[in-house]
Design a protein around this ligand. Structure first.
Ligand code: NG1
Ligand code: ZN
Length: 560
């Protein structure tokens, strides 16, 4: 390691002194102007991680659904997964080291992780469409090259496309070709094969309106659409030609405000979807004949997908297991429907896709989705073996096995992917002959509310049982338990956010009014018991607009 060069180049990407950042569930995320040194240092770290694993490592420059002025960076491990936990700690140490301590921290990491510094390093880099992303990704590359690493700069990519590239490169291209062309061809071929089997295909020309959040999804979907246009016609909105990234549009906006994005005209019963700013989340929605807006979130997406996959397994007559992985934010109705009606086992993990991904790997087929629309399905080698053996099976079973094979190709095995999920969903709807309303009618969401509370130090809240119960501060969980008892079909929990300096409060109940009241009461308990700062949460009845009072609301307007 040429420490002299590291010091010299680091000075060109100097850290503003005193700035402390944390590698959170989505890497580093903050205002773009504070990130140059972080990018350079993540280039260094990616090179070290690549030397240690003797594999290609990915670095993605994006702040996903956050405002255009923000940016962020995350490292992608060899099989497309999120960075290993011990390396997340190294990332935080390295990003926060003052200039004069940089050398020592780098040596410490190399020693702790037994990195062979003579080993070659290869890092692939991708970025979203933010104005700041190009320069910041160049800083990542500076870091990689200072440590003698080689790199490939993919330029503009969706986050899941970068995960795909890393996965392909580390599996000797067995999974696919590590190019955009390879990604488009693999997914489109699987999609076209699938919908060929839909009995109603051709009768009804399938079309879908897509809100691209003014982000990278628009560029990539436009590049890709002609590959699958025989099977699906997509109409792109918020394609970045006018509006601002993630502003009043995109999956996060639609999910949290429970309303359609701006810039999209929706006729009744038209199927629409929204991506987030880096195209790793997707939610669907439509307006019914009365003009009411209906959201189909990650939970309902997981339900559609897992029900279909379970049917295929039954068809093949195999005892392969299937499981659905959710977080505490999953709507209670979805969990109940999956367990009681579909008889699919459901597991709950902590928030953050790495936890869901990890759990989903335990099953032959593991479907995981966050309510916000981030998810995918993972398949074990046992499923692939079964498909290979299906040649000997009777016609009907062979057909199901073939469908399963195409579905595996269509899902991004490395990460939740809005484009891939969209094609899977469109294929399933076509194969099942389902309209968006029929899909929505599988179950009715319980009304819910999400709020944020500002506290002096959110670390005073610790949780257990997949974040569904607070362990500290003392008395908080008991208070929540008492409040929950006042309402029907109710549930509430609190947790410190991993990406923002807030405590998140979630409540659901039998009516919107009850969910709102419960969320307010729990917020007040957090404020009082966990060191609230700023304005005190007001009781629900005194606030005419709960979204304004708390900065965020996620409401489900249905009642059951
Ligand atoms: P935090 O800020 O820890 O709640 C949010 C989302 C996560 C995940 C991460 C990463 C919710 C409630 N939380 O995490 O699901 O997507 O951002 O972007 O949606
Ligand atoms: Zn995202």
């Amino acid at each position: 390691m040429d420490l002299g060069a590291v010091t010299k180049y680091s000075a060109l990407h100097a850290k503003p002194s005193g700035l402390i950042l944390q590698y959170g569930t989505a890497g580093f995320r903050t205002k773009a102007e504070h990130l140059d040194h972080v990018m350079f240092r993540m280039g260094l770290l990616a090179a070290l991680r690549s030397k240690q694993t003797k594999s290609t490592i990915g670095v993605m420059v994006t702040a996903s659904h956050n405002p255009e002025e923000d940016n962020g960076v995350k490292l992608v491990d060899p099989l497309g997964e999120m960075l290993a936990p011990s390396w997340e700690e190294h990332a935080t140490c390295l990003a926060n080291a003052e200039e004069q301590d940089m050398q020592r921290v780098l040596i410490d990491i190399s020693e702790k992780e037994a990195v062979n510094l003579q080993q070659n390093a290869f890092v692939v880099v991708g970025r979203d469409t933010r104005p700041s992303s190009e320069k910041l990704s160049q800083s990542v590359i500076d870091g990689v090259t200072v440590l003698g690493g080689e790199f490939h700069d993919y330029g503009l990519l969706t986050t899941p496309q970068l995960h795909y590239m890393v996965y392909c490169r580390n599996t000797g291209s067995r999974y696919g070709k590590a190019t955009l062309e390879g990604y488009y061809q693999k997914l489109s071929k699987a999609f076209m094969e699938l919908i060929k089997q839909a009995s109603c295909s051709g009768d009804e020309y399938r079309s879908l309106k897509v809100d691209c959040a003014n982000g990278i999804g628009a560029l990539k979907l436009r590049e890709m659409e002609h590959y699958f246009s025989q099977g699906l016609s997509v109409q792109l909105f918020n394609d970045g030609s006018k509006g601002k990234l993630n502003h009043l549009c995109g999956a996060d906006f639609v999910k949290s405000h429970q309303k359609p994005p701006q810039g999209m005209e929706i006729k009744s019963n038209e199927r629409c979807c929204s991506f987030d700013g880096d195209a790793d989340r997707i939610v669907y929605y439509y307006h019914d004949a009365d003009g009411h807006f209906h959201l189909i979130d990650g939970d309902k997406i997981a339900t559609l997908i897992s029900s279909f996959l379970k049917e295929l397994l039954v068809e093949i007559g195999e005892s392969l297991n299937i499981g659905v992985v959710q977080t505490a934010y999953a709507n209670g109705s979805s969990t109940r429907y999956l367990e009681e009606v579909m008889k699919v086992p459901v597991y709950c993990t902590k928030t953050g896709v790495k936890h869901l991904h990890h759990k989903a790997q335990e099953f032959d087929i593991g479907v995981y989705f966050e309510a916000n629309g981030h998810g995918t399905a993972l398949f074990s080698t046992a499923v692939e073996m079964k498909i290979k053996q299906s040649e000997q099976l009777e016609e009907k079973k062979r057909k199901a096995a073939k469908m399963l094979e195409n579905i595996i190709d269509l899902f991004n095995q490395a990460a939740g992917d809005a484009i891939s999920d969209m094609l899977v969903i469109e294929a399933i709807l076509a194969l099942k002959g389902l309209t968006v309303q029929q899909w929505d009618a599988l179950y009715t969401d319980l009304p819910n509310r999400q709020l944020k509370v500002q506290v002096a130090d959110r670390r005073v809240i610790s949780t257990t049982n997949a974040e569904r119960q607070a362990v500290t501060p003392p008395g908080l969980q008991e208070t929540i338990n008492d409040l929950v008892k006042k309402y029907k079909l109710s549930r509430a929990f609190v947790r410190p956010s991993g990406t923002e300096d807030v405590v998140r409060v979630y409540a659901e109940a039998d009516s919107q009014e009850s969910a709102d009241h419960l969320a307010c009461e729990v917020s007040l308990a957090v404020f009082q018991l966990a060191g609230g700062i700023g304005e005190r949460p007001q009781p629900a009845e005194t606030t005419c607009n709960i979204n304004n009072a708390f900065g965020l609301g996620t409401a489900n307007k249905h009642t059951v």
